[in-house]
Design a protein around this ligand. Structure first.
Ligand code: GLA
Length: 408
């Protein structure tokens, strides 16, 4: 982190007091494509994050240097409700680089929520792999929001994001929703999971989150009995917003059909397995399979939370495996590379379960394994994966980290 501050001074030739904010990526243990159906998820914050080192400005301009993209760009803050943030400043780029759109949209959404804004100069960097399904974009949105809030209150003490949000009259849950709205404006109609866990993560814990009312339960992870292994398939997530938004539309279509049989159904979250099974034949075939995934996945999250609390990792692993199979067959968001990683992992003794994590269409798998199974797992993946796919996998063990904060 000292590096980030040094980089700031270097880029902006500024010796002012630098503040640093941090927002982590996440890995989801179970509960995929349930969040935008009002359902349940079980993510943990990663020990990988986006960091922003900033000094407030007197001009209403946010000037950013992205270390990852090795590029400088800036935008003008919206001047009030309903005014969009626009690329601005000396260079007046016709099109903002894609990475600038995230902080721009966050600023726009905050302005519309009547949050006071102030410009800043900053360097942004991160070690959440981009496009790997570990929520680098949510981490970037949350870090951007914190940077904007800190710029207005540069004397705020270091500490968790919730305290900073409260100083601005916002709850951390509300801030998560505003960041989610920013992502929608970038083009993906995502659920609340990623922004929420980035803000609320707890070290050593996963959160069982009810995405309808945002209530949650922090479940300790048994670090001595199981490790969380993340494996990047090297397939850049083809999360075309198209395929993701299409799945979401199919779920909405399913809920609408099923509402005919129970008017209390608002979202798939409200559909019991019994009601679904009784009327499944009335749904178009693809919609039926999408719904079956979501409805069974919600049940799996609740059961896996109980299994984790009871220390039943074998049961937890079985549910993780069932989640992958359902994402592969019914939701159709896996792919040959993710399926191969899962198959290799499941063949290693001491692995409880393995599945794709995040939206799918490439990205990472998450595997729960006994500590002594981690090295054999790594060896098994290295022995087969690259040979069969031509892609180099990246493998690491993750600890559940704390959520976003003002670090310095
Ligand atoms: C992406 C979205 C989340 C969630 C997952 C799938 O990460 O941002 O809201 O829908 O996909 O579970």
């Amino acid at each position: 982190m000292a590096d980030l501050v040094a980089r700031f001074r270097d880029v902006f030739d500024d010796s002012g007091p630098v503040r640093v904010v941090r927002a982590p990526g996440r890995v989801n243990l179970i509960g995929e494509h349930t969040d935008y159906n009002g359902g349940f998820v079980m993510p943990m914050a990663l020990d990988r994050a986006v960091r922003i080192a900033l000094v407030p400005n007197d001009e209403p301009v946010v000037a950013l240097w992205s270390v990852q993209f090795d590029e400088r760009a800036e935008f003008r803050l919206p001047s009030g409700r309903g005014t969009p943030a626009v690329p601005g400043g000396e260079a007046e780029p016709a099109d903002a680089p894609h990475w600038l759109r995230y902080p721009m949209k966050v600023a726009e959404v905050l302005a519309e929520a009547d949050v006071a804004l102030r410009g800043f100069r900053a360097v942004v960097d991160g070690d959440v792999p981009v496009g790997s399904g570990l929520s680098s974009s949510a981490a970037y949105e949350v870090a951007s929001a914190l940077a904007l809030l800190v710029a207005v209150r540069p004397a705020v003490p270091a500490g968790p994001a919730a305290a900073l949000a409260e100083a601005h009259g916002l709850s951390a849950g509300r801030l998560a929703k505003l960041c989610q709205e920013a992502e929608h404006r970038v083009g993906v109609r995502c659920g609340i999971m990623d922004q929420f866990i980035s803000l609320h993560g707890r070290a050593g814990h996963a959160l069982v989150l009810d995405c309808r009312d945002l209530s949650f339960d922090a479940v300790p992870l048994p670090a001595r009995e199981a490790k969380v292994v993340v494996i990047d398939s090297g397939v850049k997530r083809r999360l075309s917003s198209g395929a993701y938004n299409e799945r979401r539309g199919q779920c909405e279509e399913g809920a609408e059909h099923l509402r005919e049989f129970d008017p209390a159904i608002r979202e798939l979250r409200d559909v019991s397995l019994a009601l679904f099974e009784a009327h499944a034949d009335r749904l178009p075939e693809v919609v039926r399979r999408r719904c079956r995934h979501v409805i069974t996945e919600n049940a799996r999250v609740l059961e896996s939370a109980e299994a984790m609390k009871a220390g039943d990792l074998t049961r937890f692993g079985d549910l993780v495996n069932a989640s992958h199979d359902s994402l592969r067959d019914d939701y159709e968001v896996s792919g040959p590379e993710l399926d191969l990683l899962v198959e290799i992992a499941r063949g290693v003794e001491g692995v409880f379960g393995s599945r794709l994590t995040g939206a799918g269409f490439g990205g990472c798998t998450v595997t729960l394994a006994r500590p002594e199974a981690v090295e054999p797992l790594r060896a098994a993946v290295l022995a087969r994966y690259e040979k069969e796919t031509g892609l180099a996998p990246r493998i690491w063990v993750s600890e559940a980290a704390a959520g976003a904060a003002v670090e310095q």
